[in-house]
Design a protein around this ligand. Sequence first.
Ligand code: HXC
Length: 510
Amino acid sequence: MRQVLDELQRRRARAEAGGGEQRIAAQHARGKLTARERIDLLLDEGSFEEFDMLVEHRSTAFGMDKTKIPGDGVVTGWGTINGRTVFVFSKDFTVFGGSLSEAHAGKITKVQDLALKMRAPIIGLYDAGGARIQEGVAALGGYAEVFRRNVEASGVIPQISVIMGPCAGGDVYSPAMTDFIVMVRDTSYMFVTGPDVVKTVTNETVTAEELGGARIHTTKSSIADVAFDNDLEALLQVRRLVDFLPANNTDGPPQWPSFDDVARGTASLETLVPENPNKPYDIKEAIEKIVDEGDIFEIQGAFAKNIVTAFARIDGRTIGVVANQPMVLAGVLDSDASRKAARFVRFCDAFEIPILTFVDVPGFLPGTAQEQGGLIKHGAKLLFAYAQCTVPLVTIITRKAFGGAYDVMASKHIGADVNYAWPTAQIAVMGAKGAVEIIFRKDVGDADKITELTRDYEARFLSPFVAAERGYVDEVIMPRDTRRLVARTLAMLRAKKSERPWRKHDNIPL
Ligand code: HXC
């Protein structure tokens, strides 16, 4: 027994040492933590239970039979975040660059299978160079097994990927199929092929940062949802994100204690919307004043800033917030904003998270760049996403709800349950001046007449009342009552049942 215990100790110590002191020092010198240090920060203290610590690869080519490290470049297991079970795998860059062998893949698929069986979230911490090159097709097959499980779990359990080092190949494709990608600034990169391959194939010289750094992926490609300054901050923020998410697609949002009175008035919102309809204001101020403790977790906050997508809570339960942002491009809907919001809406719907939508939108963005870039299809994604929702949808029109964008932004007609308008709401096909210049084109030279007609149009349409008279908004409300009403309405809608006809799956315009 003694001998076996000693042997176990020895093997464990070997696994815990990863790629060895030198490589760990290099990892630290780059400002990165090790795979195990990351898990310790992510999970509740002492809650991590490890699997497969002693697994080794089975390859023999290229001298690999002489280089075996127990654990084989990934630490896997489960633990808790604020008491709730999550499954985790953490790539160890110090062991073969975190690359994936057949055995390494088996460790990941084991926790993927368990996470799905237990209907609990899975979090992958990535710092790895993709399929292990020495293994060839065995590693490729291993990755495909991981990919298949990513897809199987999609819409059933939340999957979060945290990119914490240079990631290539399968180590970007697997994250791409998960729900959220978090990056670390200056130390993490995502690309299908790295700068060296780019140079060889296209003769283009590019840095890792330009090719796939956090700035590119959070502002331009929109592949990453959010980025933080270092490993510690990223992991603590992932804990925060997990607190907002349901464990799976049937449990519903978690209920946390809230010390913020649901009946609290929001009177200061009455001065938020400027009198001049062309003046911007910050919709995030409205969101923060309405939700519990002003606490929001923004998704894709650095991309398509003309729409805000964020998790928040009302009465301690998670909601998804989608809001046009008048501060950026007057809150117009363009291709990027439509895609961003569509993906968020679909996540919320898949995981039974009610959606609160704030509308102040002058319409879709006109122009060749948008049209040639597929605005019709991208706008249709958001329309489709809202129309297929079965979760409670509550909408507040704060100001402009113009044209097709009125329909798209969780209007009554596409299935929203309760639609409110502030007295400042303007619901029309378009702004008054544009409308008059089209209907009275022959009078455009007559400035007085155009001014008079514009005023007439404004009086007739640029108010919430025409829509309210038709029941398209359920009530015109005082901004001060918004939090109370949203809370009561969401509580009422908790029992919502919405059946859709059977289909294999829908055909959202991709
Ligand atoms: C085996 C690998 C490896 C890999 C890195 N290493 N990637 N070993 N297989 N895929 C090893 C290196 O040999 C090195 O070992 C150590 O990890 C650290 O790597 P460095 O190159 O020194 O680090 P760095 O300069 O930071 O560059 C990191 C990197 C780069 C950008 C990830 O290593 C890289 O480009 N690797 C190859 C990426 C790739 O093409 N992967 C295959 C993708 S195909 P030593 O012993 O020298 O320290 C794929 C299939 C999925 O993934 C298909 C998707 C659809």
